[in-house]
Design a binder for this molecule. Structure first.
Ligand SMILES: Cc1ncc(COP(=O)(O)O)c(C=O)c1O
Length: 389
């Protein structure tokens, strides 16, 4: 396949010192490489950098309306990628997906209601609800092949008991990397419909399907007959590395739900900043070639991790179709806390406990291969240190 952005673009090691990077400054002054929070150590695509510079040529950054061309650009992108024909009216712009989750809890669940989430899951799913609401944790199940998916039997049993008005999905799934099949999404949506539950689908990782064999079906596409009960949250922030720029969107086909959502945002959530709009428009309209190369690079990084750990009995790298976050079972190390253990060898991972799964770690491999290699070498040294004891 011809790549108009060369793969070695992503080999460039950029220092993020003196940028107040959350990821790197956690270990400032220590010899610990960060592979935790989900942002990438890659420069933004050139068209995005250019769009930001161009917007800065105007010296005012005031309150800003959605650029005229942006809804059409999102519509075209979704049609092209997912065969999803949206009405631009359905779009609600938000400065982040996490605040989009909490607005969902305010809009679609009443005080006293229960909200179902499926751990292990991105930690904000545990705390996006109102204090008058309850989060019910219904764990994913992990097959013998180490693929994680919903436990629909447990879900139905829970829904039968009543009290659940909202399901918060993460699809593709962080931290397990699962891309759910069309059949899985359809079955889940049938249950949601049978028990009159609204489904909010966080699809922030949807454009990061790195396994060439996998296909992502947005919830609203997999089960279009239940469109009216879905709210989809998307963003270019993960795919194009714009997390600090605060631009995301909700897609809400049902007009009543859309109004409820806008009300929930009112007075609590700030508007999207002009630079964020500029970057997002450039990403969705001109970021295609960069993204195509990125997906290849990330898949090669993931395959490299799998290969490095293939003969290491203490570590099991779970299969992954999307995201740049490897989900690793480190229970066989028999250490008290694998995250703390690897940190002491200079590798800063995310603790599985944060997502509801102690004994696991999550490794963010969106970095140049050389950085990844150094991290993997340190992890090997850590594992070997246990063997020689
Ligand atoms: C599933 C999921 N949702 C939301 C976010 C964060 O979204 P935002 O930065 O737009 O609030 C992340 C970041 O890692 C994520 O993995």
């Amino acid at each position: 396949m011809s790549q108009s952005v060369p793969l070695n673009t992503f080999d460039t090691v950029l220092s993020r010192l003196d940028t107040d990077s959350l990821k790197w400054d956690k270990y400032k002054g220590q010899d610990i490489l960060p592979f935790w929070v989900a942002d990438m150590d890659f420069a933004m695509a050139q068209p995005i950098q250019d769009a930001l510079k161009q917007r800065l040529e105007h010296p005012i950054q005031g309150y800003t309306l959605t650029p005229d061309a942006l809804p059409g650009a999102i519509k075209a992108f979704l049609s092209n990628e997912y065969n999803w024909d949206i009405d631009p009216e359905w779009l609600v712009w938000i400065p982040g997906v996490v605040c989009g989750l909490s607005a969902s809890c305010r809009a679609f669940a009443k005080p006293g209601d229960h909200i179902v989430v499926n751990p292990p899951i991105y930690h904000h799913f545990f705390d996006s609800h109102e204090s008058s609401q309850t989060i019910d944790r219904l764990p994913l199940r992990c097959g013998n092949d180490h693929r994680w998916t919903w436990n629909l039997t447990a879900l139905e049993e829970r829904l039968q008991q009543g009290g659940v008005s909202l399901l918060l999905l993460c699809s593709p799934h962080n931290p397990t990397g699962t891309v759910f099949t069309q059949q899985e999404v359809q079955s889940l949506m049938k249950l949601a419909d049978a028990y009159d539950v609204t489904v909010v689908s966080d699809e922030i990782h949807c454009d990061l399907v790195i396994n060439p064999k996998a296909t992502h079906y947005p919830t609203a596409v997999a089960a279009p007959e239940f469109n009216e009960r879905t709210v989809t949250l998307m963003s270019g922030s993960k795919t194009w590395n714009l997390a600090g720029l605060n631009c995301s969107f909700a897609i809400i086909p049902d007009a009543e739900k859309r109004d409820a959502y806008k009300n929930a945002l009112h007075s609590t959530v700030p508007a999207v900043p002009p630079l964020a709009f500029a970057a997002t428009e450039a990403a969705y309209t001109q970021g295609g070639p960069w993204r195509e190369s990125l997906l290849t690079y990330l898949w090669q990084n993931y395959e490299h991790i799998v290969q490095r750990f293939a003969d290491v009995a203490e570590i099991t790298v779970h299969p992954l179709d999307a995201t740049y976050l490897a989900w690793i079972d480190a229970n066989n190390l028999n250490v008290e806390n694998p995250q703390v253990f690897f940190e002491s060898f200079g590798v800063g991972l995310s603790d599985g406990d944060q997502f509801g799964q102690p004994g696991f770690v999550r490794l963010n491999f969106a970095c140049p291969r050389a950085t990844l290699e150094e991290g993997l070498n340190r992890m090997m040294t850590a594992v070997e240190s246990l063997r020689v004891q």
